[in-house]
Design a protein around this ligand. Sequence first.
Ligand SMILES: Nc1ncnc2c1ncn2[C@@H]1O[C@H](COP(=O)(O)OP(=O)(O)O)[C@@H](O)[C@H]1O
Ligand SMILES: O=P(O)(O)OC[C@H](O)CO
Length: 504
Amino acid sequence: MADFVGAVDQGTTSTRFMIFDHGGNEVGRHQLEHEQILPKAGWVEHNPLEIWERTTAVVRTAMNSRGLSASDLAALGITNQRETSVVWNRRTGRPYYNAIVWQDTRTDQIAAALDRDGRGDVIRQKAGLPPATYFSGGKIQWILENVDGVRAAAESGEAIFGNTDTWLLWNLTGGVDGGVHVTDVTNASRTMLMNLETLDWDDELLSFFNIPRAMLPQIRPSSDPSRYGVTLPNGPLGGEVPLTADLGDQQAATVGQVCFSEGEAKNTYGTGNFMLLNTGTSLVRSKSGLLTTVCYKLGDAPAVYALEGSIAVTGSAVQWLRDQLGIISGAAQSEALAAQVEDNGGVYFVPAFSGLFAPYWRSDARGAIVGLSRYNTNAHLARATLEAICYQSRDVAVAMEQDSGVHLDVLKVDGGVTANKLCMQLQADILGVPVSRPVVAETTALGAAYAAGLATGFWKNTDELRQNWNESERWSPTWSDEQRDEGYAKWKKAVQRTLDWVDV
Ligand SMILES: Nc1ncnc2c1ncn2[C@@H]1O[C@H](COP(=O)(O)OP(=O)(O)O)[C@@H](O)[C@H]1O
Ligand SMILES: O=P(O)(O)OC[C@H](O)CO
C-alpha cells in the first residue's frame, strides 16, 4: 500500500522534489538550484539538460534520504515555472537552444508588432492574455526564426516544444524511447496559442506566430485519472509510478491553498508575485490589466478559470539589494534593516526592472527610486523595497476587485518572501485586510501532489483536502485609512515616474 504522493516543483531558480502523506504533511524533500544564464541585458536562459539532471538528482536524494522506493508513492505530480520554453529534437533528445525563461524580454518587438495591427485584440479575446514578452508564443517564434534547421524539423514534428513540465514528462516517460509529449490546460493557457473556450490550440493564434501545430504537445487535464504515463524502472524513482498531475506552479499553489470555491484567492511571493482568484467555470475577461487563465481542470469535470495578477519583480528586488547593492548579506536581513526605521522616510522604490507586468503591462517602464532626501539611509531603501512588494500586490488586488466584484476578507499567502514578518505586516497595512499563512508553506508542490493524488483516489475529493489546511500565522492591519490612502497615492505617483523611459 502506497502511503505517499510525490511532486516535482521545477521553479525559476531551483527544482525541488517533495513527498507528502495523506494529511498533506511533508515527509521528505530535496532541492537544487540551476544556473541563470544571462547572455545579454534582458535575456534569461536555462539549460534544459541541467534542469533534467537536477530533477533526477533531487528525486533520488529525497527518496533515498527517507529510505523510500517507487512502490511507496501512489502517484507523482509535476508543477513548473510557466511560459519558459524549450524546443528539442525528439529523436536525439537534444534541445535546439537553451530554454527561454518567462522573464526574458528579447521578444519585445514581436509583442509590440502584435498590437499594431489588431492581432493583439484577438489574442486578448481568445487566449485571455495581452501580447507580452512574458508568454511562450513569441519565444517559440524567436527560436524558429533564429536557430538553424528548427523550422523544417518543427514542420515534420521532429522538433517539439514544451514548457518545463512537458520536457520533464517526456524525459520521465522514456525520452527518445517513446516519452509522452503532453502538457496540461494551465500551462497551455500561458502560451498565447490556446483558445480558452475550446481548451485546444487555435489555428488563428498559431498563424500569428507562424508555429506549426505538429510541434505542440497534446493538451490534457491538470489532474488526469487516465494518467499521462508512468515513470520507468531505469529512471530516478527506480520503478513505475503513475504520472497523474501537471499544472503550472501558480495554479498548483492555488490548489495547495485549497482555493476550490469561486471567489477564493491566494498570493504567492517568490521571485515575482502571482495573485490568482478562482472565478469558477465562467471566463471573466479583465478590463483592468489582469490575465484570464485556466486555474485547473480535474479529470472530466469542466475547467475552472482564474483571474491572475502577475508581478515580475518582488523577491528578486530583495536579491538585488543583496547582489547588486550589497546592502544586505542575505534576503532575511532585509527585515532587520527595514525594521531600523519607523517608516519609509518618504522613499518609494518601483522595481520595474523588466518593465511593469500586471496591471500596467508597460514594457517601456524601468525602475525608479523617488522621494530621496539627504536624510535617507539604506534602511529606508530596504523598507521601500518591502513596501514595493506590497504596493504592487495592492495594485493587483484593486484590479481584481474591479474585474470580479469580489472583496477579499483575508489574503492567503505563501512563498519565500512570506518568511519576512515585517513584509507581511506591511502587506496587511497597505491592503487593509488580514494576511494569513498556512502551516505548509510549500503550497506549490503540495498542490501538484493534491492534483496527482485526487486522480488515483489517494484523496477522495477536494473537501478532504480542505481539512488539511491550517493557518500558522495571521497579520492584521494597523494603519489608519488616512495613512493607507496617503501611502498608496504616493506609490501611484512613483509608478508614473517609471513610465515611458525606454523606447520599445
Ligand atoms: N526573509 C526574506 N525576506 C525577503 N525576501 C525573502 C526572504 N526569504 C526569501 N526571500 C526572497 O524569496 C525569493 C525566493 O522565494 P521562492 O518562493 O523560493 O521563489 P521561487 O519559487 O520564485 O524561486 C527570493 O527572491 C528571495 O529574495
Ligand atoms: O518559478 P516561480 O515560482 O518563480 O514562478 C514563475 C511563474 O510561473 C512565472 O509565470
